[in-house]
Design a protein around this ligand. Structure first.
Ligand SMILES: *[C@@H]1O[C@H](CO)[C@@H](O)[C@H](O)[C@H]1NC(C)=O
Ligand SMILES: *[C@@H]1O[C@H](CO)[C@@H](O)[C@H](O)[C@H]1NC(C)=O
Ligand SMILES: *[C@@H]1O[C@H](CO)[C@@H](O)[C@H](O)[C@H]1NC(C)=O
Ligand SMILES: *[C@@H]1O[C@H](CO)[C@@H](O)[C@H](O)[C@H]1NC(C)=O
Length: 503
């Protein structure tokens, strides 16, 4: 070996040592917006003022076929477990405040898996995966810290939610401690995220799960955000757009903190809706059909993107590969240097996201809900819907549907109280119980992403093929876990708080 070669060799060795030391697993920031419509983000709709999100989306990879479940609880169960909701028992509706339902304790959650890889794990925002016992709450399920609420919807200022049994309670915690503040939640959450980022021990990778309250009903926003949309006449839509912009500003504050504290250089940021937009509460999904709670694309195709300054080999384009909510679990775990269980439903999408390669996923389940007797599956180009797609079946125009155009009860348009999630639940329940339809609808989503042309009559053989596949999936269904509401949950027994301790 010449002396030059020896020097080179030592240098290479030193380089390897230095880089392997510096190469800690990437920080992961996973943002889920609540009830955000497909058409409620700036990169789909120029009416929306979301400069921070737009910038990240355009510099990253915009996801055009990233699917979530039709409702909050099922999607969140997939995020946390890498499983389809029908494997967690949370496929039917959402967890009601007084129902002792929860994400079954035998699932290893995403933050638990990331903790095994040395991550600090923090959650800010909405849980909605059960809280009747401490063991089912975020800090007992893998998060080092939690600021947020356990239920599905609440007042953005008072943090109160009314249950179906008409009890009113505050639902807001800092870890286990009740927290009282009347500050708008998007601002509270952004500040906490910034604090976590600032005080983060940089020798460890960070996992920040940020399921915003925004932009779920009730429709509430400080005036200054509403005022950003003077041209929108419809009051609810104007406020709703303001809520989206408040969330955008929160994301801007958080990304600024990530930059300033040096975390952005080794970080993956994922932004996704948790389900489609509730067109009955001012959201919009055009050009997609349907709304939150339905199996239509408008209920299940999430506005989403991934962003990274350093980890994406290909960026600045729209990716149309098939991705499902359960895929984030194995993707993050693998990026963290771990390995997800081979039995999970999720598919590692890293090469698809980072290099634009063809996804390993060729099919997915939109949902299987044996109580509502409906479900949907996608295989390749084709989508089969079994039973009722849900109660919102149209293409709802901007700014929001008028009473005349609605094909659903007009009372829904007047939802003003904070318990409307429960209200919606009752309505949907009534509807679904009345359905029991065995109809089949078939769409070619590649050719017809807006579901205008039902091909079921034209291709009976494809219907029967997809039905057989769907039936195979159904065999492993975990029965829906929707225990009845109980007075034991009453906040009156817990000093006016929604609190664990009743199951
Ligand atoms: C959890 O327990 C249920 C019921 O015993 C079982 O069917 C399921 O496979 C278990 N899941 C996991 C991830 O262990
Ligand atoms: C973002 O930060 C600015 C400056 O600190 C602050 O005034 C604003 O309220 C923050 N916005 C949100 C939504 O947190
Ligand atoms: C579905 O649409 C795609 C894209 O237009 C096309 O290639 C494919 O042949 C279609 N499939 C059927 C069954 O019509
Ligand atoms: C993205 O999705 C929308 C709605 O399905 C569609 O209209 C649009 O053409 C898609 N973009 C690409 C690049 O496929």
């Amino acid at each position: 070996m010449t002396s030059m070669a020896a020097v080179r060799c030592v240098c290479v060795l030193l380089f390897i040592i230095a880089t392997s030391k510096a190469a800690t697993s990437p920080h992961i920031v996973f943002i889920a917006a609540d009830d955000l419509g497909w058409n409620d983000v700036g990169w789909h709709n120029p009416q929306m003022i979301t400069p921070n999100l737009d910038k990240l989306a355009k510099a990253g990879v915009i996801l055009n076929s990233s699917y979530v479940a039709p409702l909050c609880t099922p999607s969140r169960s997939s995020f946390m477990t890498g499983m389809y909701a029908y494997h967690t028992g949370l496929q039917h509706m959402v967890i009601q405040p007084e129902s002792p339902a929860y994400l079954p304790a035998n699932f290893t959650t995403l933050p638990q898996k990331l903790k095994d890889q040395g991550y600090s794990t923090h959650m800010i925002g909405k849980w909605h995966l059960g809280f009747c016992n401490w063991n089912y709450t975020p800090t007992f399920r893998g998060f080092d810290s939690f600021l947020g609420y356990y239920n599905g919807a609440e007042d953005y200022y008072t943090k109160k939610i009314r249950g179906g049994l008409l009890a009113d309670g505050v639902d807001f915690r800092d870890d286990k401690q009740p927290k009282y503040t009347e500050e708008y939640s998007a601002t509270v959450y952004a500040r906490r995220a910034v604090d976590i980022i600032k005080s983060h021990d940089q020798s460890k990778p960070l996992f920040l799960y940020l399921p915003f309250q925004s932009v779920h009903n009730p429709i509430q926003v400080p005036k200054r955000y509403e005022n950003m949309y003077p041209n929108i006449e419809d009051t609810q839509r104007r406020k709703y757009c303001g809520m989206v912009s408040a969330m955008d500003e929160a994301v801007g504050n958080i990304t600024q903190a990530l930059e300033e504290n040096g975390l952005m250089d080794n970080l993956l940021l994922v932004f996704t809706a948790d389900n489609g937009g509730p067109t009955f509460a001012a959201a919009n999904n055009l050009p997609l059909r349907g709304a939150k709670s339905t199996l239509w694309e408008g209920g299940t195709k999430g506005a989403a993107f991934v962003y990274s300054k350093t980890l994406l080999q290909k960026s600045g384009y729209e990716n149309t590969e098939m991705i499902h909510a359960s895929d984030w679990f194995p993707t993050f775990v693998r990026l963290a240097g771990g390995q997800a269980d081979s039995t999970i439903d999720g598919v590692d999408q890293w090469v698809t996201l980072s290099e634009g390669k063809t996804t390993q996923r060729t099919e997915f389940i939109y949902n299987i809900d044996e109580v509502s007797e409906n479900g949907a599956i996608r295989v390749g180009d084709m989508k089969l819907i079994e039973g009722s797609p849900g109660m919102f079946n149209g293409w709802y125009p901007l700014p929001r549907v008028t009473k005349e155009e609605a094909d659903f009860p007009p009372e829904l348009l007047d939802m003003t109280d904070t318990s409307s999630d429960t209200y919606l639940y009752r309505l949907l329940k009534k509807h679904f119980n009345a359905v029991g339809s065995t109809e089949y609808r078939l769409f070619n989503i590649s050719a017809d992403p807006t579901e205008h042309f039902d091909l079921a009559e034209k291709y009976p053989d494809i219907v029967s093929q997809l039905k057989t596949t769907l039936d195979t999936y159904k065999k492993s269904l975990r029965p829906a876990f929707n225990p009845p509401s109980t007075y034991k949950a009453n906040p009156l027994f817990y000093g006016g708080l929604w609190s664990p301790g009743w199951c």
